[in-house]
Design a protein around this ligand. Sequence first.
Ligand SMILES: *[C@@H]1O[C@H](CO)[C@@H](O)[C@H](O)[C@H]1NC(C)=O
Ligand SMILES: *[C@@H]1O[C@H](CO)[C@@H](O)[C@H](O)[C@H]1NC(C)=O
Length: 363
Amino acid sequence: MMILRLALATVLSAYVAAQSASPTSSLVTYIFGDSLTEVGNNNYLRNSLARSDFPWYGIDFSGGQATGRFTNGRTIGDIISTKLGIPSPPPYLSLSLSRNDDAFLSGINYASGGAGILNETGLYFIQRLTFDDQINCFKKTKEVIRAKIGDRAANKHVNGALYFIGLGSNDYVNNFLQPFMVDGQQYTHDEFVELLISTLNNQLTTIYKLGGRKVIFHGLGPLGCIPSQRVKSKSGMCLKRVNEWVMEFNTRTQKLLVDLNKRLPGAKFAFADTYPAVLDLIDNPTHYGFKVANTSCCNVDTSVGGLCLPNSKMCKNRKDFVFWDAFHPSDSANQILADQLFSSLLASSPSPSPSPAPKSPSA
Ligand SMILES: *[C@@H]1O[C@H](CO)[C@@H](O)[C@H](O)[C@H]1NC(C)=O
Ligand SMILES: *[C@@H]1O[C@H](CO)[C@@H](O)[C@H](O)[C@H]1NC(C)=O
């Protein structure tokens, strides 16, 4: 784990250094994910039921309009992009292949609400870009880049980019944990996690073959504590068994990344462990300035719907809530989580006890 952290920190600090040395050197990021990172791909999928292009989504986003983000404001990815000094990459489906758009050169977001590692995950949303679909979109992206700048430069371009991947939540929430989906009936959890990891192994290897080298995989949060799962317990408590499954997925994924780094020359795949930070936010909301962590601001805690529809009765003070709807953190929670993620990614110092930054004015 430590080694992964260090590898990742090296990658990130190199970027931050390059950024300050020559502000024109632009960092390219590719984002693969689900509704936690989507910035509007599903708006272009006419029949998708996994959408957030209506109020009250986006009410705290700049402009106050719904964009296809599944929160009231910014995603963690938006906030990390700002920290890296780059614009949040646009949704892939907003780009036009025919115009041979220059935008293909400056980072793209492939994330799609409802998507999972497995193809069958989120089936009942009718349309979404599964992880395999997203990888195919990246393959097409690389073809466009190659046509534009040539083979060598295209390879260099994608080798140098930073890849953020966050998938797996829907493989639980919108697949294994749904009584009407086949996978939950067909597999034990041991078998299911095996299937997820072997599928992920192929997918990450494909991204590597397409030129991806610096990959940050976001582990899963404590899904047993999201409002849509809590409602399944009589007392509104976190579902312990679900959290145990998620932790097992995280452990197995970390092992996979270590293996891939050994097996694939030049691979720098790192695991971003978001589980402890999210759990602490949920267990101790008041430490972070929140009041409520066990129910959603939109008051839509059900195990089937759970999105913040236009007729939902929003909470008065959105900053008081860790959860915006039954699945997704609020803008304020994303801010805290992005701050923590970013500093943990950069906290690389190999020295055992880094000296704390001087406090002013008393220090
Ligand atoms: C999932 O779908 C993709 C693209 O539609 C396909 O290439 C792939 O073989 C499928 N994977 C499985 C395991 O069926
Ligand atoms: C949330 O927690 C508060 C305070 O502990 C409690 O009063 C309330 O009933 C809980 N709500 C739900 C939906 O579990």
